[in-house]
Write a protein of this length. Structure first.
Length: 158
């Protein structure tokens, strides 16, 4: 029940049409979205975030900081984003990991883009923190192919 609630499958209070539209949009995103309170407690995670991180229950859900702050390749980026959030500043960054975030995923290096920002919720004094996490490995592979093609063209002209 808690996991279903955390990833948005269970509705605790009635929602307006706008809420349903927003939830449908967020749940259909290909990138992971995690919302926490200012104390780091998970408020919401979309299905993409659960899938990306391998979470199968509420207990498996980890914050982006909890997931990546001890990973040397990502820690600088995550620390910078978290520090910015504490100062009220949004941010984003990219990092490369030797393997996927998801346990048991196909071996190989992966590129990720993390974004973080605070947002206000009507009726709540403290802001919520939204973390977006996207696997951009395919985008990076395309950039590399373009660069190699460009390099070949330059070499051909020489």
């Amino acid at each position: 029940f808690l996991f279903a609630t955390a990833i948005g499958f269970v509705q605790i209070t009635p929602r307006s049409t706008g809420d349903e539209l927003s939830k449908a949009f967020v749940d259909s995103m290909g990138q992971g979205l995690l919302v926490t309170d200012t104390k780091g407690r998970v408020v919401y995670a979309n299905r993409a975030y659960a899938d990306m991180t391998g979470a199968t229950s509420a207990a498996d859900l980890k914050t982006v900081e909890g997931l990546l702050s001890d990973v040397p390749e990502a820690s600088v980026t995550i620390y910078r984003l978290a520090s910015g959030l504490r100062d009220g500043q949004p941010g984003d960054g990219e990092f490369r990991l030797a393997q996927s975030i998801r346990p048991g995923a196909e071996p190989g290096a992966r590129w990720y883009r993390a974004r973080a920002r605070a947002f206000s919720v009507p009726g709540q004094r403290l802001p919520m923190l939204a973390w977006q996490l996207a696997d951009i490995s395919q985008e990076r592979a395309e950039q590399e192919r373009f660069f190699l093609d460009l390099q070949k063209a330059i070499d051909h002209l020489d």
